[in-house]
Design a protein around this ligand. Structure first.
Ligand SMILES: Cc1ncc(COP(=O)(O)O)c(C=O)c1O
Length: 383
């Protein structure tokens, strides 16, 4: 079946591009002797995690415990790091269960108060868990400031159930960059900060197994920084319009995920200037850059009509300015490269995989939040 024979809207994945993206990043990591632990929150798909593993991923960074549990349950990995601090008892019990089942789960910690909560629960269960310090390298979200890390690690030494194994960050402020050169500068600045932190930790007698950073915009620069042992990019499996047009992480032609939509109207009032498609914010998302990028016009790139602009989105439909391209026709199907692919793939239960526009198979998005009920509420019935 050709992709244009599919009902719309549909989220498609070009398998050739997906495999190429996964392989390229893995090759690059291997070439520079970095361990690749991809962030799985991008795709939340066991199939794609398996592909990453086949190409050499040695572990995974998880955005949620649902992802961690799914990876372990599927037998895909026992090396997991959680991207964000976990402090509540109910979720810590899930971590403990994973550890008791033989997984290595590494926590990210960035405050003494949360370390205290974690340590209390772990001690009650007689479990010791490894942690890395989450470093704030400029995003000003989570994390300990670089100059405070040594004191921070020292202050955690009284927590006997937490074992220090390194430092990690997500340079999310790279997403505020307006071009590839600015991304390069962020990557360099973060690497220099890490060099200083690692030196001061080593001078204080600490050994570090993990010295890691992870983001798709900075990945191609990070591989070349000797300081890192581990890299945690996520978005690179698909890339998207922002990665291609703003950060230069890839070409538009590398973007593996598209939304297939139908032109459902060219409303008469617009006198041929506007078209309406059956994909809106619930499919494409209103994301125009995670941290306020103003340089990206519209809500996606229409592959078949690159001169047009998706100017607004309602929930289920979108409006396209076609004054630059009068060839757009009602009933036509179009592929849209979304601004931010991670959000699009999280809004669908399956992806339709194709090769050269020939539909092949479905890929489950089976690690999404709430796909499985956690054990603590699993006895509740659905109404
Ligand atoms: C903590 C953390 N690490 C890694 C990543 C991966 O970054 P990217 O999506 O740019 O590849 C993210 C993404 O948001 C993240 O939040």
């Amino acid at each position: 079946m050709h992709i244009y024979e599919l009902p719309t809207p549909a989220v498609l994945v070009d398998l050739n591009k997906l495999e190429n993206n996964v392989r390229r990043a893995a090759d690059l990591a291997r070439k520079y002797n970095k361990k690749l632990w991809p962030m799985v929150k991008t795709h939340k798909s066991l199939y794609i995690a398996k592909l990453q593993k086949e190409y050499g991923a040695e572990g995974f960074l998880c955005g949620t415990l649902d992802e961690a549990e799914a990876l372990v349950e599927a037998g895909l990995s026992k090396n997991l790091m959680l991207g964000y601090p976990i402090v509540d008892k109910e979720n810590l019990l899930r971590v403990i269960k994973l550890v008791e089942n033989g997984a290595r789960v590494i926590l990210r910690v960035d405050s003494v108060a949360s370390a205290e909560l974690i340590d209390k629960t772990l001690t009650q269960h007689n479990v010791v868990v490894d942690y890395v310090v989450k470093v704030d390298v400029g995003q000003n979200r989570l994390g300990v400031k670089p100059e405070k890390i040594v004191d921070f690690v020292k202050s955690l030494s009284r927590f006997r159930s937490l074992k220090f194994v390194g430092i990690a960050t997500h340079p999310g402020h790279a997403y505020r960059a307006l071009n590839a050169e600015e991304v390069r500068k962020v990557a360099k600045d973060v690497a220099l900060k890490f060099e200083n932190v690692v030196k001061s930790l080593r001078d204080a007698g600490y050994e570090l197994e993990f010295i890691g950073t992870g983001s798709t915009p900075t990945f191609r620069f990070d591989v070349n920084e000797p300081i890192y042992t581990h890299l945690f990019p996520g978005n690179y499996v698909y890339y998207d319009r922002i990665q291609a047009l703003v950060f230069g992480s890839a070409e538009l032609n590398d973007c593996a995920l598209t939304v297939l939509a139908t032109v459902i109207s060219i409303p008469e009032h617009s006198e041929g200037r506007l078209a309406v498609i059956n994909a809106g914010s619930k499919t494409l998302s209103v994301d125009r850059g995670a941290h306020g990028i103003e340089s990206i016009k519209g809500y996606g790139h229409i592959v078949e009509h690159p001169k047009t602009t998706i100017v607004s989105l309602s929930e289920e439909i979108g409006v396209v300015d076609i004054s630059t391209d009068p060839t757009v026709k009602v009933g036509e199907k179009v592929n849209i490269i979304p601004n931010h692919s991670c959000i699009v793939s999280n809004a669908t239960s399956y992806l339709i995989a194709h090769r050269n526009a020939r539909v092949m198979k479905l890929i489950k998005v089976d690690m999404r939040n709430n796909v499985k009920t956690p054990e603590i509420i699993s006895s509740l019935q659905f109404l």
